[in-house]
Ligand binder design. Structure first.
Ligand code: SF4
Length: 75
């Protein structure tokens, strides 16, 4: 039976990161690229205030599993 997807969202102003932990293959690309943002032991584990939206977008585009994605709210 397929497990239910877990989805968490973290926002930085209009920018929201979507995190689907069950998709993560633990390649650690995120932690290696932006170590000030992603701390697997931190609560919350990502601190979006420590990077610009552009930095976050370019890193998330490189997440190999699709566990991380993002959207921007339209006003
Ligand atoms: S880059 Fe994507 S797949 Fe790799 S650890 Fe981060 S969330 Fe998981």
């Amino acid at each position: 039976m397929e497990k239910k997807e877990i989805i968490k969202e973290y926002s930085k102003g209009e920018f929201t990161v979507v995190w689907k932990p069950r998709k993560c293959i633990h390649a650690a690309t995120c932690v290696n690229t932006l170590p000030h943002v992603y701390d697997p032991n931190g609560k919350p584990w990502m601190k979006l205030e420590n990077a610009s939206v552009v930095e976050l977008q370019s890193q998330i585009d490189n997440c190999p599993s699709g566990a991380l994605s993002y959207y921007t709210k339209n006003k």
